[in-house]
Design a protein around this ligand. Structure first.
Ligand SMILES: [Zn+2]
Length: 154
C-alpha cells in the first residue's frame, strides 16, 4: 500500500540531543615551543619573516603575506598596546574567566601582529584602545595558552 501525505499533513517531531565529541590535536613545533617558553621562563616569542621582516605572534611557520618560511625567533612583550577589545558580561560554559573581563587584541612590544588574549583587573569599562597592558603569568603553568593567565592595564 502506498500512502501519499502532503508535508503539511505530516506530524512534525523534533528530537533534541547533544553530541559530545572529545578531541585532541597536535600543536605543532612552533606552538609547542611558544607555549613551553611561556610556561618555563615567562617569555613570549614570535618569529620574523625573512622577506617582509614582520614579527608574528603567536609564531607561525609560514608568513601569511609572503609565504616565506619563518625561522628567526624573536622575544617580544611581555607588555604591549591594546589595539581593540570587547567586554564580556554574560557567562557561558567555555569562558576562560568569570565575567566581567575583556577579550583584547594586543600588539606586544616588538611584534607586528595582534595577539588575542583576555584582559582582567580593574573596570573593563575603563579600557581604551591605545592603553598599555602587561602579561600576568600563571604561577603553576600547565602548558596551555592560559599560562599567560591574563593581561592587565599598566
Ligand atoms: Zn613576510
Amino acid at each position: 500500500m502506498v500512502v501519499n501525505m502532503r508535508e503539511e499533513e505530516m506530524e512534525k517531531k523534533i528530537f533534541k540531543g547533544r553530541i559530545k565529541v572529545p578531541y585532541k590535536h597536535t600543536a605543532g613545533p612552533y606552538v609547542e615551543k611558544f607555549i613551553t617558553e611561556i610556561g618555563k621562563k615567562n617569555k613570549i616569542w614570535g618569529v620574523r619573516c625573512p622577506k617582509c621582516k614582520k614579527v608574528v605572534v603567536p609564531p607561525k611557520m609560514i608568513c601569511f603575506e609572503c609565504f616565506e618560511k619563518m625561522e628567526e625567533w624573536v622575544e617580544v612583550g611581555p607588555q604591549g598596546t591594546l589595539e581593540g577589545f570587547t567586554v564580556v558580561t554574560h557567562e557561558t560554559p567555555v569562558m576562560p574567566l568569570k565575567p566581567p573581563f575583556a577579550y583584547g587584541i594586543i600588539k606586544l612590544d616588538g611584534a607586528d601582529t595582534g595577539f588575542v588574549h583576555v584582559i582582567k583587573e580593574g573596570d573593563p569599562e575603563k579600557l581604551k584602545v591605545g592603553m598599555r597592558v602587561g602579561a600576568v603569568f600563571k604561577e603553576k603553568p600547565r602548558k596551555r595558552i592560559l599560562d599567560i593567565e591574563y593581561f592587565k592595564p599598566i
